[in-house]
Design a protein around this ligand. Sequence first.
Ligand SMILES: *Cc1c(COP(=O)(O)O)cnc(C)c1O
Length: 369
Amino acid sequence: MQRMTPQNLRVPGPTPIPSDIVEAMTNPMINHRGPEFHALIDKATEQLKQVFMTKNDLLILTASGTGALEASLVNTLSPGDRVLSATAGSFGDRFTDMAEAYGADVKRLEFEWGGPIDPGAIRKVLQSEPKIKAVLVTHNETSTGVTHPMEEIAKVVKGEFDKLLLVDAVSSLGCIPLPVDAWGCDLVGTASQKGFMIPPGLAFISISERGWEAQQTAKMPRFYFDLAEARRFLKQGQTPFTPNLSALYGLSLALDKLLDEGLESVFGRHAGIGQLTRDGVRELGLELLVADESYASNTVTAVKMPESVDGKKFLRLMRTDHNVVLAGGQGKMSDDIFRIGHLGHVTENDINGVMAALKEVLPEVGFNP
Ligand SMILES: *Cc1c(COP(=O)(O)O)cnc(C)c1O
């Protein structure tokens, strides 16, 4: 395959990879049942716990993020279990659909796309339905650029009702604060290609004591994503199945870099770049999808596609004439918005490049505010 020219890849995953991490991933293969691997996985696991801010068990799976989310469901639930799934976008919908696919009896609590999940509405459902066993929530809804009020949601779900809390943190963990233990999140899943500056192929999941208790009676079918097996193998410095070694080499260096920088600095950097992006699009006369900016995501910004603009042509011109790759909308919003990813390895320069390109392309597609 011919070498591709690097793009200003501004989709919310996969994200660009720093060159030293690319280099680390060219290390030779090792025996995944040997001592070198044992050291590698022990170190990465301990460092990931720091990024998750947890003392819970943490398991590295070879899968995309969806694998971790599937693991969170099948390891804690049985077919017929009543669960509440709060959704305000296409990833929330997917988590919900997955629970249904495995036979959970799902109460789907839907909120407007572009708005936050309301913890008060969750409280009402939990009050009226004491049978509910678990609550599913997406921390950062990548399809709409909204960060849901996870701390308040956790206070209701854990603090008031003590239900199992399963969290999709695929596009937030390592970018936006999610102190897993402080907020009491039971199972939290994320993926390598979003905030971790490495390619797709690894998923990370934390599981609380309460999660393990649920695991013992959970009857949903599972094999590849059996977390008890993953924990048993990890005790011997192994994984049940062949892991994505190259991505693990990259992960090891990425975690060194994140922890050397310090999580507070990493979160602050994302907050700054999120603000820069929102200010930039507004200056161009565009409108954010998120109505209340206090819920705006610092990893992805969703922008309303102006009425007059042919979205496909706009995205094409951004790519062909300026080497800037943006994301369209998803699901029912596919034609209504475009999205700018700004997570992981991203600089102000990258965002300034997006804005400069927008300034030229928008008039070419008929948008003159
Ligand atoms: C990207 C993403 C996913 C899906 O992850 P895959 O790695 O594609 O399986 C799930 N949830 C959210 C919030 C995401 O951003």
